[in-house]
Design a protein around this ligand. Sequence first.
Ligand code: SIN
Length: 188
Amino acid sequence: MSANTVEINRTRFRFDDNEAVWLFGYGSLIFKADFPFVQRRSARITGWSRRFWQGSHDHRGTPEAPGRVVTLIETPGEPCSGVAYLIAPEVFEQLDFREKNGYLRFSTEMTFDDGSLVQGLVYIATPENSAFLGPASESDIARHIAAAAGPSGPNADYLLHLAESLRGLGEHDAHVFEIEQHLRLVLK
Ligand code: SIN
């Protein structure tokens, strides 16, 4: 699959014009909400793990030297915490462009802190996309991130902002926090 998903996403869902849609964010969508939204709530989805396994050609790296950003990997029973935004359907045009490097919209159920459930969407970069990098040790990922940068800034800022935001949400993500520890040593 080509890494640019804009056209594919446009055909994936048809929105009723008046309907607001919940979007679950677990990466940069947590700490960089540069789009209009009606509501923002902490939420979680189940059956997915957050992993720095996706290559970034257009934000935190370049096609020649991709950065590493998060995607979700199917992991039965595993909760993944993040933030849900209630947004107007037309906002997806802007979001599809932002997430174009391999991310497809999928339908998902999400749970709010009060236990209530809603149906919504989430962007996931699956292993089939050509920018997917796959697993590496947390220390190798940290070294990779320390060396990468792209149009949206240093790759390290992405990781450090994400770790900070997860702490703000009261979440412990062992993968993210271990990379953060290694990264802080590499950056010293
Ligand atoms: C997300 O944040 O939900 C998707 C991945 C990203 O944009 O970092």
